[in-house]
Design a protein around this ligand. Structure first.
Ligand code: PLP
Length: 344
């Protein structure tokens, strides 16, 4: 199948002329900047940030072995998701597909943009029926996949993603927010093979920077160009860009934290598997574990009384009486264990 992004872009976006900022029109080096109505007195933030975030993209390009024009940076992955709807979906007309259960922002963003989102239910063991999905998604503008998936914790095999990219005539948006915690490799190398694959990652989870709001998307430069065309000109602030650049200079402590979280996940999995209060523990490749209990509402309320907040996922499809427990520090995890020991 020959994929052409122009068949996916909204008609009303095709002809749009992006806002040209002062920093777009002149981006060399000069002594006197009187083009952007900024306050001339120097502080860290008196100047507008680089609208294309070139320095940060260069650092990220090196880490992931991609080209600068294959990277889009957003105000969290949430901005990337929203921009995809705005670039590719005609409100009230187009439809998209997401696996279900999965991340809530896919449907919230669909509603905000008045786009129909059709949920494709996973199998009972949270695996994906690829053939049926491909059939189900015919005519949709894009498919959201999430691997490792939130809240189920399992991954989608590479062969499945490849089969979907090959057979589907729209965009495949693969959310890899939790990929750093997984034994599966990121599928970023596949963007060179499939011009309809967009992969999202984030600084919010393994990289420990949820507070700066920084999401990344990787894809063929033809997709990335459309996101750049419609994004708010200065979508990332100077503080976010500088903080991330600085953090990327040395990532060894993130690696160490990640290893500890993975070790703790194994401990927690073993503990939960042997706890009489837990009916089922779902294996996880992310930094959380989904469990099924007798009454999720009841246990959730009791945990709150002890000051332990987990996520009640009971009202999600296939997640009846399920709680999602984030892996914390060893001390925090110990509190969960001590609490569960008092149950039953
Ligand atoms: C946490 C999470 C994100 C992160 O979103 P940001 O806006 O980058 O913080 C993205 N996708 C999934 C599935 C998540 O669980």
């Amino acid at each position: 199948m020959i994929f052409n992004i122009l068949n996916t872009v909204r008609d009303s976006i095709k002809g749009i002329k992006p806002y040209s900022s002062a920093r777009d029109e002149f981006n060399g080096d000069a002594e006197t900047y009187l083009d952007a109505n900024e306050n001339p007195y120097s502080s860290v933030v008196n100047r507008y940030p680089d609208p294309m975030q070139i320095e940060l993209k260069a650092a990220i390009a090196k880490i992931h072995a991609v080209a600068l024009d294959e990277i889009f940076l957003g105000n969290g992955s949430d901005e990337v998701i929203d921009l995809c709807y705005r670039a590719f979906c005609e409100p009230g007309l187009d439809r998209v597909v997401a696996i279900s259960p999965s991340y809530g922002m896919y449907s919230v963003s669909a509603e905000i943009n008045n786009v129909q989102l059709d949920n494709f239910l996973l199998n009972n063991d949270f695996s994906l029926d690829v053939e049926r999905l491909i059939d189900f998604a015919k005519g949709a503008k894009f498919i959201f996949l999430c691997s490792p998936n939130n809240p189920t914790g399992n991954t989608i095999p590479k062969t499945d993603v490849v089969a979907i990219c090959q057979a589907f005539n729209g965009l495949v948006i693969l959310d890899e927010a939790y990929i750093d915690f997984s034994t599966d490799e990121s599928l970023i190398p596949l963007i060179n093979q499939f011009p309809n694959l967009l992969i999202c990652q984030t600084f919010s989870k393994a990289y420990g920077m949820a507070g700066i709001r920084l999401g990344k998307a990787f894809g063929d430069s033809s997709i990335i160009a459309w996101l750049n065309k419609i994004k708010p000109p200065y979508n990332l602030g100077t503080l976010t860009i500088d903080f991330a650049l600085n953090a990327l200079k040395n990532t060894t402590h993130f690696e160490a934290q990640k290893e500890e979280i993975i070790r703790e996940r194994t401990n927690m999995f073993d503990f939960l598997s042997n706890s009489p209060a837990i009916l089922k523990v779902f294996p996880s490749e992310a930094n959380f574990i989904l469990v099924r209990v007798e009454s999720a509402n009841n246990l959730y309320a009791q945990m709150i009384k002890k000051g332990i907040i987990v996520r009640n996922r009971s009202n999600q499809p296939l997640c009846e009486n399920c709680l999602r427990i984030t892996i914390g520090t060893p001390q925090e995890n110990e509190r969960v264990k001590e609490f569960l020991k008092t149950q039953l």
